[in-house]
Design a binder for this molecule. Structure first.
Ligand code: F0G
Length: 458
């Protein structure tokens, strides 16, 4: 059994959780249409739905909240955030947004024209949906190793440079308003991207004069993986690594609900003066004045402190250690996962675990339901429910690389005993896996269907 560095904090405030009984869990599942997004949070024992906005703020962040300056324009909170954002990201401009997808919306609204393509290693669902909502075509060009859950590539989140070049040549750079890379690569198992790969990606985009935006939600975890795994970075301070990452790009979108350890917030940063001007106009129209961007002043202060704490090495070492601990326990129990584990989550290979369930009957959905049924645990399906969609031209169903269930670990929130409970629950599910059946969708909206779809057990 592996261990991980003890929490570099002690607990000053707690929130009660409880496990409701099995009959009540069954009733809750039926009432939710077997969609775990439809469950009430109070009926969940350990909530690993997401690491987004679910972390525990520190005493320093709570103290910073009290100093929030709620002035409509030019608040001190904004300037405190700006100082930190400038130090970490180093782009010429930034605007706060209420979360990551608001930044993605502004980026897509300003740059995407119908029919244009936007390549990335792998877009996350909201990024993809924001591009599609403007008539664009998101394209994923991750390395082939990403499709093999047991492949131990140290930077499995990487972009395939060959695929990127071929894609640009085939599409024409004039049809690509910008390119992206997601760090860490959430939809591909929370896997990191190497500095070398970021550099090569940047060189390709620059060669074809395609602006390069980083989806930076989990940039700190990615930077720590670079420090641990990439030659030449072991002795570099994290801030230098992070500065190097962003120096390769023209801008970034970020959900601060991840590595900035806040419950709400995001940002959109860029070098281009015109784009900044237009982004401010768009922000004013839909979100708020550029010095608050749809947030309260206090949220900006919490974000400023959280960005700094999220880059602390003691924290990141514990953080990645806890994820690796959960992954190790699941592997010991014979559960197939995406290896090596990523930063913020463990991804169970539901397709491998439940081979009797075909992709169009959603093995990941079936496993997510069983986790709740067995232990009151909530994970999230990241497979065909979330990502399969018909090809707009042929109508043929396009499936994602894998059928996964993600157990995302909120930051500074759960302990080793909680992780042990998750491992024990999964082991009980594995013991009866042959009897688990798939699902049929009885309602789904056009975009982002996983949030509100209704299911029927088969
Ligand atoms: N990009 C990535 C890589 C993300 O993981 C997310 C959110 C977003 C963008 C959008 O940010 O939620 O602040 O609007 N991911 C969450 C998750 C929801 O559970 O992985 P947002």
């Amino acid at each position: 059994m592996i261990s991980y560095p003890p929490e570099p904090f002690r607990i000053k405030s707690v929130e009660s959780i409880r496990q409701i009984n099995r009959a009540d869990r069954e009733a809750a599942l039926a009432a939710a249409g077997f969609n775990i997004f439809g469950l009430r949070a109070e009926d969940i024992y350990i909530d690993l739905l997401t690491d987004s906005g679910t972390g525990a703020m520190s005493d320093r962040q709570w103290a910073a909240l009290m100093q929030g300056d709620e002035s409509y324009a030019g608040a001190r909170s904004y300037y405190r955030l700006k100082m930190v954002v400038d130090k970490i990201f180093g782009f010429r401009h930034f605007i706060p947004t209420h979360q990551g997808r608001a930044a993605e919306n502004i980026l897509s609204a300003l740059l995407v024209k119908p029919g244009q393509s936007i390549p990335s290693n792998t877009h996350f669902d909201t990024t993809e949906a924001n591009i599609r909502a403007r008539g664009g075509k998101p394209t994923n060009l991750q390395i082939d190793e990403a499709a093999d859950p047991s492949n131990h590539h140290p930077f499995k989140g990487n972009m395939s440079i060959e695929k990127l070049v071929a894609f640009i040549e085939a599409t024409g750079p004039e049809n690509i308003p910008f390119g992206m890379t997601t760090i860490t690569n959430n939809a591909c198992g929370g896997q990191p991207v190497s500095m070398e790969n970021l550099r090569q990606t940047s060189e390709v985009y620059r060669k074809y004069e395609i602006p390069f935006f980083v989806d930076a939600c989990r940039y700190a975890e990615n930077a720590y993986f670079i420090k641990l795994r990439e030659q030449g970075y072991a002795d570099k301070p994290l801030l230098e690594i992070v500065n190097e990452i962003f120096s390769l790009a023209d801008g970034a979108t970020m959900s601060a609900k991840k590595d900035a350890i806040v419950n709400i917030g995001g940002l959109f940063a860029m070098n281009d003066d015109d784009l900044f001007q237009q982004a401010c106009n768009e922000l004013i129209l839909r979100e708020g004045f550029p010095t608050y961007g749809g947030l309260a002043g206090r949220d900006l202060d919490a974000m400023a402190v959280g960005l700094t704490e999220g880059l602390e090495e003691a924290y990141l070492s514990y953080r990645l250690g806890q994820t690796a601990y959960l992954a190790g326990g699941l592997l010991d129990a014979g559960i197939p996962i995406v290896e090596p584990p990523g930063g913020h989550a463990v991804y169970i290979d539901a397709g491998g675990l439940l081979p009797q369930i075909p992709r169009d009957e959603f093995p990941g959905q079936a496993l997510a339901v069983e986790l709740y049924r067995e232990g009151g645990i909530r994970g999230v399906e990241l497979g065909s429910v979330a990502f399969a969609h018909p090809d707009p031209e042929t109508g043929e169903m396009q499936y994602p690389l894998m059928e996964l269930v993600r157990l995302a670990i909120p930051r500074r929130t759960y302990t080793q005993a909680h992780m042990d409970f998750v491992i024990e629950t999964m082991a009980r599910i594995v013991a009866r896996r042959d009897s688990i059946r798939g699902y049929r969708i009885t309602y789904a909206p056009q975009l982002l269907r996983h949030f509100t779809a209704i299911f029927e057990p088969l």
